[in-house]
Design a protein around this ligand. Structure first.
Ligand code: IPE
Ligand code: IPE
Ligand code: MG
Length: 239
């Protein structure tokens, strides 16, 4: 397999990314942690452009976890406002590029109403787009997602024999979301941190040392090239 350019035939359909290292990026520069979050906006926009260039259909990014509420109030408040203004300022250009914006995460728990409204507006505005689905995992935790799915299923009262993988998948936050092919984490941490556990059962994991605010489309392309050099077996044998 060539490593000189992307292999369009082996393009991952769904790329998921833990955007990590904002705080350390800022601390390294004597800045506030929140400056690191702000700097991450350029990375996200560049990676979206990179995904569009590569023809990736689904890109899911981890923006705020169900565990991130444990952070200092000021940082949490900053992240709520920051994500709200990012949506307001960027949704039109994302819309023009043919990006469909979606969200996964707990809606009815802690998220400010105003932000929820912005999220809904962005989803509605871009609902007809098909070039790239950008899913923002916000107030998202994979364990919470599975708990929420199980709650819905229990309320339906199925016979135990009818509970299978398809039934659980149907009750996840976005049942249309395909399984993750390429799962990336920036910042040199080798943890899943509760991101898309169900959907990543057979994802190829790529960990990069770059902090998120330094991550650009070339890093995405490098991760895709790494993915293309892997041999996926899904529990079977080599093709
Ligand atoms: C990721 O960067 C962004 C969020 C979790 C919101 P961090 O804020 O976790 O940055 P580090 O890991 O502390 O450097
Ligand atoms: C995961 O990063 C969550 C996001 C990037 C939004 P964290 O920085 O919160 O994860 P841990 O605490 O290092 O596991
Ligand atoms: Mg972190």
């Amino acid at each position: 397999m060539t490593t000189t350019g992307p292999d369009v035939t082996g393009m991952p359909r769904h790329v998921a990314c833990v955007m990590d290292g904002n705080g350390r990026w800022a601390e390294q520069r004597g800045l506030k942690r929140t400056d690191g979050h702000a700097a991450g906006e350029q990375s996200l926009l560049d990676v979206v452009d990179g995904a569009l260039e590569l023809g990736i259909e689904w890109l899911t990014v981890y923006a705020f976890s169900t565990e991130n509420w444990r952070r200092p109030t000021d940082e949490v408040r900053f992240l709520m406002r920051f994500n709200e203004s990012l949506l307001v300022q960027r949704r039109d250009e994302l819309h023009e590029k043919g990006v469909r914006i979606r969200f996964v995460g707990r809606r009815d728990w802690k998220v400010p109403k105003r932000l929820l409204r912005r999220m809904d507006e962005s989803v509605t505005l871009t609902a007809g787009n098909r070039r790239l689905t950008l899913t923002i995992a916000f107030n998202y935790g994979a364990q919470a997602e599975i708990v929420d799915a199980v709650k819905q299923i229990v309320a339906l009262g199925p016979a135990p024999a009818d509970v299978d993988e398809a039934l659980i998948a149907k009750h996840l936050y976005d049942p249309e979301m395909p399984d993750v092919d390429l799962w990336i984490r920036t910042s040199g941490e080798y943890r899943i941190s509760n991101f898309l556990i169900w959907q990543s059962a057979y994802a190829e994991l790529v960990f990069v040392d770059t902090y998120w605010p330094d991550f650009r489309r070339r890093h995405l392309a490098a991760a895709v090239a790494e993915y293309q050099s892997r041999n996926r077996r899904f529990g079977g044998l080599d093709q």
